[in-house]
Design a protein around this ligand. Sequence first.
Ligand code: FBP
Length: 262
Amino acid sequence: MEIDFSRILKKNKGLFLAYDQGLEHGPADFNLTNCDPGYILEIGRKAKFNAVILQKGTAEKYYEPYSHDIPLILKLNGKTRIPNIEPISSQICSVKYAVKLGAAAIGYTIYDGSGMEPEIFKDFGRIQEEAHDFGLPVVAWLYPRGKFIQNENSTELMAYSCRVGLELGADILKIRYNGDAKGFGWAAKCAGKAKVFVAGGFKTGEQELLNMTSDVMNAGAGGLAVGRNVWQHGEPLKIAAALKDIIFEGKTPEQAMKRIKQ
Ligand code: FBP
């Protein structure tokens, strides 16, 4: 079956709003406002993100009223930051159930290089085929982690993660950017026809975020899947508009900054 990207990408590009941090990091990322999934979905709707990324539980309880306004990327696996074990993110939702919840794509975290890699790859192989049978794009978080990884931010591993994602059959690869624009260009080449998206990371300064977005877009990224830098921002709609200016309109960080200052 043909993979349908039309619900989550515009001109082959996208800006996704990530909100799975409650499980991954715990409520330490939240305050009284952004701990409410309804607040995040309102940002997603008003700022016209291309998709929101949720876990099963938040999608079940909050997504339905927004289902006509913002496409859903449902994360099928997850873990907390608590156990000190080799990284593995367990599957907690099936592709079939994701479809039932209205997902336009599914998300899956792969810790490439982890001692649990054989199990992770086996599970991913299965869900990738199931998702493609429904025509759903597969978004893979590719994070090199675990006791065998010496420097998870190396350029070599950034490119290796991209190649792993391509060869495992992911359609969109969500990786961390290490600040090396030339290396990112090589990583994007290694991803072949898979699209490379960049995670936002810890909340940084606006200028830094816009510069990063511009650098990766110029180096071949397909967009951003960002969370904290938007929903921890005092003016999430303005920061989203600035990111869209760079991703979809090719504006410079300086031009995009006007969105925030206006
Ligand atoms: P942020 O933009 O907030 O960094 O979110 C991106 C993301 O990939 C989330 O989807 C995920 O919950 C989190 O980062 C995982 O980050 P890590 O494994 O580095 O703690």
